[in-house]
Design a protein around this ligand. Structure first.
Ligand SMILES: Nc1ncnc2c1ncn2[C@@H]1O[C@H](COP(=O)(O)OP(=O)(O)OP(=O)(O)O)[C@@H](O)[C@H]1O
Ligand SMILES: [Mg+2]
Length: 262
């Protein structure tokens, strides 16, 4: 299903967030600013605990913020909405429902025929044909994640928020899933915001890589990935970008170390 888009740029404007943990205020995000263009693929990397999931949950409308504003188009985001889908590290499928039923869950306001069509289109999109009647425990990790992606995409979201979606997968399945998500992105033109710990994944997928600072996290650096697609992880330009991202985390020494292998 190809979509016609209007202006749905996502603007994160000076957002801060504090949590109260055991009567202590913990500042997690501080003055985060980020403009994400409609249809863009953004990768976010940062140290564990800096606030990446919190940021995604804010965009999803699952967590409120202490200061600032998040808007999509002209609208303020204050609560969850089907135009913003979220995929978590674990698939969160309902174990007592089949793949098909999981994808159908939450699809209201459609006739039976419309639902059937939407479900089969999305099963096809993520390549799960012949597994539509399987239960989650009968799927591999990668297949369950694909079902979760289909469940999010069936609502035709303008933005898909991916919180380390491939973290639990083996290296080969992970590469396969990265290619799947790219294929879906190119077909559906959905804005993608991916949090990952995998720097290669961030560069392979993203138009831009956003590097967060330590907590309280802010946007430390944004690196444009000026590489054509499909990308070659072994190319010289890819290695240079990898070095650039690493040096943001570990300093120039790490970068020199990487240069040794180019
Ligand atoms: N609901 C909550 N209540 C209190 N504190 C929270 C809550 N959610 C997150 N935090 C705190 O906010 C900080 C950031 O958490 P968050 O999950 O956003 O980090 P992260 O960058 O996604 O880390 P990781 O890479 O390990 O997933 C942590 O210190 C955590 O303890
Ligand atoms: Mg997280």
């Amino acid at each position: 299903m190809t979509k016609t888009r209007t202006d749905n740029n996502l603007i994160i404007d000076n957002v801060s967030k504090e949590f109260i943990i055991n009567d202590n205020r913990v500042k997690v995000l501080e003055n985060v600013n980020l403009d994400i263009k409609e249809g863009e693929f953004i990768s976010i990397v940062g140290h564990s605990g800096c606030g990446k999931s919190t940021l995604l949950k804010m965009i999803a409308g699952l967590v409120d913020f202490t200061q600032g504003n998040v808007t999509m188009g002209q609208k303020q985001i204050r609560r969850p909405g089907t135009e913003r889908g979220m995929i978590f590290q674990d698939h969160r499928l309902l174990p007592w429902l089949t793949v098909k039923e999981n994808i159908a869950f939450g699809l209201y306001d459609f006739t039976k025929e419309q639902k059937e069509k939407m479900i089969s289109e999305h099963i096809e999109l993520v390549g799960l044909n012949t597994f539509e009647n399987a239960y989650p425990h009968q799927l591999s990790g990668g297949m369950a994640q694909r079902a979760a992606i289909a469940r999010a995409l069936v609502h035709n979201p303008q933005v898909l928020l991916l919180d380390e979606p491939f973290g639990a997968l083996d290296a080969l399945t992970r590469i396969q899933m990265q290619n799947e998500i790219l294929r879906i992105w190119e077909k559906e033109k959905t804005t993608m915001i991916l949090v990952t710990h995998d720097i290669d994944e961030a560069i392979f997928l993203g138009d831009r890589v956003v590097i967060m600072s330590n907590r309280p996290a802010t946007v430390k650096k944004i690196i444009n990935v000026d590489l054509g697609r499909p990308r070659n992880r072994n190319s010289y330009d890819f290695s240079l970008l990898r070095g650039k991202v690493y040096s943001e985390f570990f300093g120039e020494e790490e970068n020199n170390y990487l240069e040794y292998f180019i």
